[in-house]
Design a protein around this ligand. Structure first.
Ligand SMILES: [Zn+2]
Length: 313
């Protein structure tokens, strides 16, 4: 259970379900209460998503007809089964990677009595979740590009902006009410972290949404914001990209490069140590790696853990 999970009305038909925690797994969701109901993302586990569905039922009593998954990370889709009977819409890049990581594996790590050092941090971060009931419930409707849905005359655009945070990133745009649901293309007051994708494409994705001039922006993690949240996240990615390219040219290690970066206002965002993952990504790009080239995520997360240790000292 999330004691802080709260529903907020943003416009005539749009609602955001926000979680006060912003770190690993504490994601937001959205509801468009029109045309049979459309939910944007389920939550990380079944109890949390049942709580979410209960909140949505207060404003949209019928079970929603549609569920959009913004991407394949479990904190946005492992509760899908709760919305039984809904059409589940996602980009092909989400559908293809949907089963990449098994909830059974997460539950095994979460419940380890004495986890090995490499798993200790994720074991701790998962302490308040419960993956035991999760049955992977994949998309039933796969899209390959931008799509516009008609919810009883209300236009809802699904914009494919990936690969940014992941390959299948979809942004949901409620055109007439100026609301966007960003998935993890936006972390607000929280440091972003990306997987497959590229820094430049991520910046481009955010710029595209800035061009829509939304009034209400629902990030994947962190509180609802306006366009200034998009601008801050884009500036972070631009600043980290530029500093990392300089570090790469000087031959600095990732952690030494991190030490040269003055986080300034970004130091107050949650999870600032994710900087190491973002520098790693730019380093891979400087070395010529394609956006979907496999990489050693263990090495990346070791540097994230080490930077966390150094920043906490
Ligand atoms: Zn997420």
């Amino acid at each position: 259970m999330s004691p802080g999970l709260a529903l907020r009305r943003l416009s005539e038909h749009a609602y955001a379900a926000e979680q006060p925690r912003r770190g690993t797994g504490w994601s937001n969701s959205g509801l468009v209460a029109a045309g049979g109901g459309l939910v944007v993302d389920s939550l990380y586990d079944v109890p949390l998503t049942r709580q979410l569905a209960g909140l949505y039922a207060e404003v949209h009593p019928d079970a929603p007809d549609r569920l959009v998954n913004t991407h394949h990370n479990g904190d946005h889709c492992w509760g899908n089964q709760v919305f039984e009977g809904a059409e589940i819409i996602a980009h092909r890049g989400c559908a293809d990677r949907f089963a990449d990581f098994a909830p059974e594996r997460a539950e095994a790590i979460r419940t380890m009595a004495d986890p090995p050092e490499a798993l200790r941090s994720i074991h701790d971060e998962w302490a308040d979740f419960d993956f035991s009931e999760v049955v992977l419930t994949p998309p039933t409707q796969v899209v390959d590009g931008d799509v516009t849905l008609d919810l009883d005359g209300l236009a809802v655009e699904l914009l494919h902006v990936g690969p940014a945070h992941t390959e299948g990133d979809l942004v949901v745009h409620l055109v007439d009410e100026h609301v966007v649901f960003m998935g993890d293309v936006l972390f607000h007051n929280c440091t972003p972290i990306g997987w497959e994708g590229s820094t430049d494409r991520w910046i481009e994705a955010i710029r595209r949404v800035e061009g829509l001039a939304p009034d209400h922006v629902v990030p994947g993690h962190g509180p609802v914001c306006g366009i200034e949240g998009l601008q801050a996240a884009r500036r972070y990615l631009e600043d980290v990209r530029d500093a990392s390219r300089a570090g790469w040219e000087q031959g600095l290690s990732v952690l030494d490069c991190c030490a040269t970066i003055d986080l300034g206002e970004y130091a107050r965002w949650d999870e600032p140590w994710r900087l190491a993952a973002n520098v790693h990504r730019v380093y891979r790009e400087c070395a010529g790696a394609a956006w979907d080239a496999p990489f050693d995520s263990g090495e990346v997360m070791r540097d994230v853990a080490e930077l966390k240790r150094r920043l906490s000292d």
